[in-house]
Design a protein around this ligand. Structure first.
Ligand code: FE2
Length: 268
């Protein structure tokens, strides 16, 4: 396996072949690389759905997503009835902040692309934490943040109907530490579009802190932007990164097939 770093702080491209990927021979190496580099890209490998599922299983426990364990990521409501909800993906987020144990990693392959936009950006939250000044690391250690479905949906529907709001409120809020202390000893901030407010902090101070930290974590030195080609496969460590899709026309038919690995570690 040949590995080439894509930026200094995040992202590595690996060159391999389908047979080796499915053999499981690389799984330990890929898992270690994923934790260190946040994102792994394999260019134009063109796996079938069955191969993508089999490859995912070499890395851990696959999330049962029905439909052959493939989730279709598209804004076309005839292909995915949660297409409206997926529009939250245009804003920086971590998958699973409304749960206590988020998914470990996602594996996504490009099947149809838009002619404009649609790149995926990833930022390395481990690196963002490591570069914080020491006094902020100490200060952030004690802070807790409320995550709410409403917060992320308001990016997409700034003026919801009362019925929509009630729908969002059927999901419980999730209070999480601002800084995730991983079993490995590494730390990373838990931010993203679900972050509603800081517990017991003045509204403006809370908004300022969450905005400033998001800006810090997503500055160019921590970001890798993947320009998709059909057949590309990208794996990201959902526990040490945030991601977002760049804008593209909602009716362009862009289609990604995603598999996910079950989480192995809770936020708390
Ligand atoms: Fe996502």
């Amino acid at each position: 396996m040949q590995a080439i770093d894509l930026t200094p702080r995040i992202g590595t491209e690996i060159k391999t072949d389908v047979e080796t990927m499915l053999s499981g021979k690389l799984s330990n190496e890929i898992r270690a690389l994923l934790e260190q580099r946040g994102v792994i890209a394999i260019r134009e490998i063109n796996l079938t759905d069955e191969q993508q599922v089999a490859f995912t299983r070499t890395l851990g426990t696959i999330v049962d997503a029905g439909q052959g364990n493939i989730t279709k990521i598209t804004m076309d409501p005839t292909e995915n009835d949660k297409a409206g909800y997926l529009r939250g993906a245009f804003f920086w987020h971590i998958d699973g902040t409304m749960q206590d144990v988020p998914v470990l990693a996602s594996i996504m392959s490009a099947r149809r692309l838009s002619t404009i936009g649609g790149e995926t950006e990833f930022c390395n939250t481990y690196a963002a934490y490591d570069d914080l000044p020491q006094h902020e690391k100490v200060e952030f250690d004690k802070i807790r943040v409320v995550h709410a479905l409403e917060a992320t949906q308001r990016y997409v529907y700034p003026e919801p109907t009362y019925e929509m709001l009630q729908g969002w409120h059927r999901y419980e809020d999730n209070e999480l530490p601002l800084v995730w202390k991983h079993r490995s000893g590494r730390k990373s901030p838990v931010l993203g579009s679900t972050a509603s407010h800081v517990v017991r902090m003045d509204r403006r101070a809370s908004a300022a802190l969450l905005c400033r930290l998001r800006e810090w974590a997503t500055q160019p030195k921590f970001v890798y932007r993947h320009q998709w080609k059909i057949g590309d496969l990208v794996i990201w460590d959902n526990t040490g990164t945030m991601h977002r899709a760049l804008a593209y026309p909602l009716d362009c038919g862009r289609m990604m097939h995603r598999t996910t690995l079950q989480g192995e570690e809770s936020f708390a």
